[in-house]
Design a protein around this ligand. Structure first.
Ligand code: AMP
Ligand code: MG
Length: 302
């Protein structure tokens, strides 16, 4: 069958395809610009963002009604890369009953009593729902890799912690995600790729604006000092865990509006491909509905 040339996915392709990493090619983080605007200006971008909100809200209703697929969205990025505000903006207008955001912080003692995928597994979206991970199981190959002492404090039997641990984690994450995909979870992963200079500006804003002070933590400065190590860890993660079933998107994040164009477009394009439809009511029920309707109308006249 010929592909509809004006499908949404085709329309949105310029804002998704250049940033999508599916493991089919070599990946170098350095070749991805942080300040790309995809040839748009902010006004045009805002129009796409707004249109995508409406589309997302419509698809979400069908996703919920159909109750077959679920959607898992993973957000990763350095401090001040805009994860929180992107989630807030892209999902503005989506029925809160249909989606759930989970923010992953330093693991609790209960979480450390389990394997590292456990807390992600119990937060996965049910069928018909959208699950948003603000940070995720990837932290166990990012912050933990940059700070090996965290691994030392975890309760993994020491003989299992070898130099192969990162390769093993990449394999296990890929297997976990493949399993989910095969069971009907659509997975999209977003790395908000911000420059070190833009992070500096955003930290300054947080320090200078009283309403933003709370967002700043001294720890953020310590992590900033390890910028190079984080970039290397992100490159490794994206190289080893990008698949067609669970692609990464390296989202240019210096311009918040453009990051939102890319994220919204990727989600909408993926949902469109599912060909979601409201469930059809069968013939017998339709007949019953007719009778009930007639009875209700008659009641009104009584
Ligand atoms: P924020 O996202 O700014 O609220 O910060 C949450 C913090 O929790 C970040 O510094 C993360 O690096 C940290 N974090 C998340 N997951 C883990 C993990 N598995 N191990 C250690 N630290 C983590
Ligand atoms: Mg923070």
């Amino acid at each position: 069958m010929a592909k509809n040339p004006s499908s949404l996915s085709d329309q949105l392709k310029p804002y998704v395809a250049p940033f999508r990493i599916d493991g089919s090619r070599e990946f170098h983080l350095k070749s991805h610009k942080t300040n790309d605007k995809g040839g748009l200006d902010k006004d045009k971008g805002e129009k796409i963002i707004e249109a995508n909100r409406k589309r997302l809200s419509d698809f979400q209703e069908k996703l919920y009604a159909q109750d077959r697929w679920s959607l898992l969205l993973v957000f990763q990025g350095m401090d001040a890369s805009g994860k929180d505000s992107a989630i807030k903006s892209v999902f503005d207008g989506v029925d809160p009953q249909g989606c759930e955001v989970t923010a992953f912080k330093q693991p609790s003692s209960l979480e450390l009593d389990h394997d590292f995928l456990w807390r992600s597994a119990i937060a996965l979206p049910q069928r018909g729902r959208i699950g948003i991970f603000n940070r995720s199981h990837y932290e166990d190959c990012l912050v933990v890799r940059v700070h090996p002492e965290i691994l030392g404090k975890a309760k993994i039997p020491p003989q299992l912690v070898t130099k192969d641990i990162w390769r093993e984690r990449f394999e296990d994450i890929s297997a976990f995600e493949r399993h989910l995909a095969r069971n009907g979870t659509v997975i999209l992963k977003f790395f908000l790729n911000v420059s070190k200079e833009e992070q500096r500006q955003r930290f300054l804003d947080r320090l200078e604006e009283p309403g933003k002070n709370w967002k700043f933590s001294m720890g953020d400065i310590a992590e900033r000092a390890l910028w190079g190590k984080y970039q290397a860890a992100y490159q490794e993660v994206i190289r080893h865990t990008s698949t067609a079933l669970a692609p990464w998107h390296v989202v240019p994040a210096d311009h918040k509006w453009f990051a939102r164009v890319v994220i919204g477009s990727a989600i909408v394009a993926a949902l469109e491909k599912l060909d979601l439809k409201f469930p059809k009511v069968d013939k017998a029920s339709q007949q019953e509905f007719k009778q009930v309707r007639t009875a209700l109308l008659a009641e009104g006249k009584g």
